[in-house]
Design a protein around this ligand. Structure first.
Ligand code: FES
Length: 135
């Protein structure tokens, strides 16, 4: 490959990475919420949802992050661990997708596409004053 051809192809590849990276980040916006652990409870301020409908809690004491979605005044928290073979799933738009074998879940943990057959583990969520409490 000649120098000129290499530079032209490299430029196209870089443009693809920039464009692809922009699209990728637009598809997978993840906000890691601030939280407090009190015994077996996780407290998250409602203000963490002020300009977003979902947050992720990543804590070393959990087998996988927790995805918390807000729908009106209803909060749902699910473990981001695929029920097929246990891979960590990732947010993808309004859904959660497994990178291992392609299972898809709703943002409240229901199976949309297999091979997973069971919904994601759900946590109990209560609201108290300015906080949501996950147990
Ligand atoms: S581990 Fe998620 S689809 Fe297999």
């Amino acid at each position: 490959m000649e120098r000129r051809e290499f530079i032209q192809k490299s430029g196209v590849a870089c443009l693809g990475i920039i464009v692809g990276g922009g699209l990728l980040s637009a598809c997978t916006k993840v906000y890691y919420a601030q939280y407090v652990v009190e015994g077996s409870l996780i407290k998250v301020a409602k203000s963490e949802f002020s300009d977003r409908s979902a947050v992720v809690i990543r804590d070393h004491g959990l087998p996988a992050p927790i995805y918390v979605v807000k729908d009106g005044e209803v909060y749902t928290a699910v473990l981001m661990l695929c029920t097929h073979l246990g891979c960590e799933i990732t947010p993808f738009g309004q859904e959660l997708h497994c990178p291992c074998h392609g299972s898809e879940f709703s943002n409240t943990g229901q199976v949309l596409a297999g091979p997973a057959e069971n919904p994601l583990k759900k946590f109990k969520v209560e609201t108290k004053n300015d906080f949501i409490i996950i147990t």
